[in-house]
Design a protein around this ligand. Structure first.
Ligand code: C2E
Ligand code: MG
Ligand code: MG
Ligand code: MG
Length: 279
């Protein structure tokens, strides 16, 4: 019956792929209307200064409140969105919404920097600087309060466009962070070549430091290098108190992770993390 079982398994498998394929196709066509229908929402995760535990900013993380599938995380739809021109509209919506929220919080007496992720496709688009510049103008915020997060995989794709776009963004006064550092080739030449202002070190580099001395040595080396290039350093994926304690022995500036706060909707963020705001 092994043969039979095998065949059965195979047909199940292809049915699954088929269902997933259909699902993807459906989702892809639903993205544009979903923007109109305001089904996308942003959750915010706090970033804290390591030296005094004060809040420095937030990262905006997109979610899709899908009417049938529930709250979808980026893993469920971002790749699909990125394969379609709709990513530009979604990206523009994310930027506008995060800026609107930042303006609101900062009017309430906060002084936060908002980190916003952009996709490879956005970074390969010469109109990105114009889009984000008009967005901050519209909301009356200083570009220095916005940190645009890019990943190194984007830089290897279309080098020259990315370089032009990033230079323009920096000229306009935006901060730029290289996100997920440590997950790809971690090419140090990117740090030098591209006009980034901070380095965001991935959790795969951060989490082992409590039990692996060479991981800590590596982290210290990376931070030292970033510091010598005058970059600010943020460690992500900080989940435990021992990890934070260990990070205090390094030159890291900011931390982000489940230990200090999960991504939450804006009203919850306000309640939980913005105690010093004016009411
Ligand atoms: P990212 O930019 O590296 O964001 C950090 C991710 O790690 C988030 O996942 C966050 O929820 C998760 N995280 C935060 N702290 C911890 C922790 O302590 N432990 C663990 N295990 N995970 C933690 P999320 O929200 O699912 O986002 C996944 C990725 O999707 C993001 O990775 C980013 O690359 C992308 N993304 C999210 N929002 C946007 C967006 O608006 N535009 C674009 N282009 N990409 C986005
Ligand atoms: Mg990010
Ligand atoms: Mg990251
Ligand atoms: Mg990521």
């Amino acid at each position: 019956w092994a043969k039979d079982g095998g065949r059965h398994a195979a047909s199940l498998y292809s049915a699954d792929i088929d269902r997933w394929g259909t699902q993807r196709l459906k989702l892809r066509h639903e993205i544009r209307p979903a923007i109109e229908l305001q089904q996308f929402v942003l959750h915010y995760q706090p970033q804290f200064r390591l030296k005094d535990n004060t809040i420095a900013g937030a990262e905006a993380l997109v979610r899709w409140q899908h009417p049938k599938l529930g709250l979808l995380s980026p893993a469920a739809f971002l790749e699909i969105a990125e394969a379609s021109p709709a990513i530009n509209e979604l990206g523009a919506w994310v930027f506008d919404e995060a800026c609107r929220q930042l303006a609101l919080w900062n009017q309430q007496g906060c002084n936060l920097v908002m980190s916003i992720n952009v996709s490879a496709r956005q970074l390969g688009n010469y109109s990105l600087p114009e889009m984000v510049a008009s967005c901050v103008r519209k909301h009356g915020i200083d570009p220095g309060c916005i940190k645009i997060e890019i990943t190194e995989s984007m830089l290897s794709q279309d080098f020259s466009t990315a370089e032009t776009v990033l230079l323009k963004l920096k000229e306009l006064g935006f901060r730029i962070a290289l996100d997920d550092f440590g997950t790809g080739y971690s090419n140090f030449t990117y740090l030098n070549r591209f006009p980034v202002t901070s380095l965001k070190i991935d959790r795969s580099f951060v989490q082992p430091i409590t039990h692996d001395a060479s991981a800590l040595a590596m982290l210290n080396g990376i931070i030292g290098l970033a510091k010598s290039l005058k970059l600010s350093v943020i460690c992500e994926g900080v989940e435990t108190e021992p990890q934070r304690t260990m990070l205090r022995t390094t030159n890291c500036d900011l931390i982000q992770g489940y230990l200090t706060g999960r991504p939450v909707p804006p009203d919850e963020f306000f309640e939980l993390f913005l105690p010093n705001r004016r009411q």
